[in-house]
Design a protein. Structure first.
Length: 479
């Protein structure tokens, strides 16, 4: 089998890369996160406190679904890589195809229609709506959206800016969901903070409508400029060979390990904050302020993140951020404050550290795709992204499973009942020390496993530019 790379070519009939692409790509992540962050923030507490499902059962679903995603994410990536591109590109058409199904399933996932039914009925509703939303429809819209960054531009600076604007889109969606929605969905009943199932359902509907609008804005403002002529079936790697080459790609495996532990920490923080505020501090509405404090660092980094990455390197900036996150989490655990406002200070520093890595993470994957092309002669954009996407969802699932299982281990009682002091202490530990230890593992993987330093990335860009120029020069002769 030949490993000669098809020559990536830049379309000549499209406008140059501009702010329009950055803003359009930002809206795409905003659309994704109107359902993704809604699920990661409220799914656990909705099904434990409103639907009356055991926290262990919710956590088990989140974990088992990610095993299924190992097949759906990679399968979707391979499908997209091998299908003939449409008139608007290889990836953009999927936004229009899937935006309605993914938002409808998100609405049904948070609809308490069977809240008074038998336990088995409620459990089946949770499983069916979650699998259809996450493993099927979210996969089919997120894989092409994420893969799109590598064909919008081949310039490393442009790709870094796309990563920053993608993170900005996620942050804006996070602000809308985790800061504003707690004020809507939590109510005080007899002095006790509770979640309203009906309010949660209407909030999910509103998020779905906004998600569709954002997907449309992404579609009309982003251009796919880099096209790679598809190889003949007998010339391209088979799925097994492609996956094998990816598993030996230290850039990909190092990024997956780094991102996995960072995301478990990040998602566990998100999953624990409703319990931290609602139970430990007995004020669920403070969740809005805490979430804003946690998101503010990302907004502060937006103007400077690309410059920092260009000057020092993405790996180097991420490592410094993880060090700050580890230190902040450990200090919060040691002081064990009863003041939510003191807690917010430490939480802001922790999230600043996480954001330093997270805001650039999408540019890491384009560097990994470049490394894959250097090693094998094939880019496999969507398949590589599919594997990475699965690792991210695995991180979400492990965090969801850990939250559910750990709440059971410390004796948490579902149904909105008052918790014992030992349970409250356990909640605090799960929201401080455990994420700090997870970030420490992420730091070690980034420092000692992931190989793409600033120097290495610059060398890879130069190698590919030379290869593509040589291939383009020889193409007329071969014709």
């Amino acid at each position: 089998m030949s490993t000669t790379a098809a020559t990536p070519a830049q379309k000549k009939d499209v406008r140059p890369f501009s702010w329009r692409d950055k803003l359009g790509y930002m809206f795409g992540d905003w659309g994704n996160d109107f359902t993704f962050i809604l699920q990661s923030t409220f799914f656990m507490i909705f099904y434990t406190n409103v639907m009356g499902i055991s926290a262990a059962h919710v956590g088990t679903l989140l974990f088992v679904a990610r095993i299924l995603d190992a097949f759906t994410d990679v399968g979707a990536g391979r499908l997209i890589d091998t299908l003939k591109p449409g008139r608007s590109g290889r990836f953009k058409p999927w936004l229009l195809r899937i935006m309605i199904p993914v938002t409808v399933m998100a609405f049904l996932m948070f609809s308490p229609f069977v809240a008074d039914g038998a336990y088995g009925t409620r459990l089946a509703w949770m499983i069916a709506t979650y699998i259809l939303w996450g493993s099927v429809f979210y996969t089919l819209i997120n894989i092409p959206y994420g893969s799109m960054a590598s064909v919008i531009s081949n310039d490393p600076g442009h790709r870094a800016s796309l990563s920053v604007f993608r993170s900005l889109g996620g942050t804006l969606a996070n602000l809308a969901i985790s800061v504003l929605l707690p004020l809507v969905v939590f109510v005080q009943v007899s002095g006790q903070s509770e979640m309203s199932g009906t309010r949660m359902m209407w909030a999910a509907l509103g998020c779905g409508v906004l998600a569709v609008i954002c997907y449309l804005l992404c579609f009309v403002n982003v251009e796919e400029r880099i096209t790679t002529p598809p190889k003949q079936k007998d010339q391209r790697q088979g799925l097994g060979q492609a996956l094998g080459s990816m598993l030996t790609n230290r850039g990909l495996t190092g990024l997956i390990t780094t991102a996995l532990f960072m995301l478990v920490a990040f998602m566990m923080l998100g999953g624990m904050m409703p319990y931290m505020l609602n139970e430990y501090f007995n004020n669920g509405q403070l969740l809005s302020l805490v979430n804003f404090v946690g998101l503010a660092p990302t907004l502060l980094l937006v103007p400077v993140a690309s410059k920092l990455a260009k000057t020092f390197g993405k790996k180097e900036v991420g490592a410094v951020g993880l060090i700050l996150g580890v230190i902040s989490g450990v200090l919060l655990f040691v002081i064990r404050t009863d003041s939510p406002y003191v807690f917010m200070v430490g939480y802001a520093l922790l999230m600043l550290g996480v954001s330093a890595l997270n805001i650039l993470i999408w540019a890491f994957i384009t560097d990994v795709i470049d490394l894959q092309e250097i090693r094998t002669g094939e880019r496999n954009d969507a398949t590589v992204y599919g594997m990475y996407s699965w690792s991210r969802k695995l991180g979400q699932a492990i965090a969801g499973g850990l939250v559910g299982w750990a709440l059971g281990w410390i004796g948490y009682q579902s149904g909105g009942v008052e918790q014992s002091q030992s349970v409250l202490d356990g909640i605090y530990t799960l929201g401080t020390l455990v994420p700090a230890l997870l970030l420490l593992v992420s730091l070690l993987a980034l420092a000692f496993w992931y190989p793409l330093t600033k120097k290495r990335v610059d060398e890879n860009v130069a190698i590919l530019e030379e290869r593509h120029a040589a291939a383009a020069a020889s193409a007329p002769e071969q014709a």
